[in-house]
Design a protein around this ligand. Structure first.
Ligand SMILES: [Zn+2]
Length: 123
């Protein structure tokens, strides 16, 4: 047994991800293993294909393209930021407090007065 699969591949070798999938299904069998059915259109060769994956080999992450969920540079940035620490929480709290004073905020411009339209026949 090869264990859990971590990807689906088209016959051409292209990896199948969630956006290629047109249909999934679940085949429950009373005897023997149950199967997850995946119908897809390959993003490279544009061919339709379908595969059955044994339920026990199916991992919900098979179709997830991790690179797409968080762009690589974003991920690097998040990694360097680290977890939110208590000082950041306190700063944020004070920023919210300052927001409470609405008098300091300039009022929006008053709406322009409607100019009465003179009709050209009114003379
Ligand atoms: Zn293909």
């Amino acid at each position: 047994m090869s264990g859990i699969r971590n990807s689906l591949q088209c016959h051409c070798g292209q990896r199948i991800i969630a956006r290629d999938v047109m249909q999934t299904g679940f085949y429950l069998r009373l005897f023997g293993p149950s199967y997850v059915y995946v119908k897809y259109r390959c993003s490279r060769c544009k061919k339709l294909g379908e595969q059955f994956v044994k339920q026990e080999e199916w991992d919900g992450g098979i179709l997830r393209n991790a690179a797409e969920e968080v762009a690589a540079d974003d991920k690097e940035r998040f990694d360097t930021l680290g977890p939110i620490d208590i000082n950041e929480v306190i700063d944020f709290h004070f920023q919210l407090e300052n927001l409470g004073d609405l008098k300091g905020i300039e009022p929006p411009h008053p709406p322009a007065k409607k100019v009465k339209q003179r009709s050209s026949t009114e003379r």
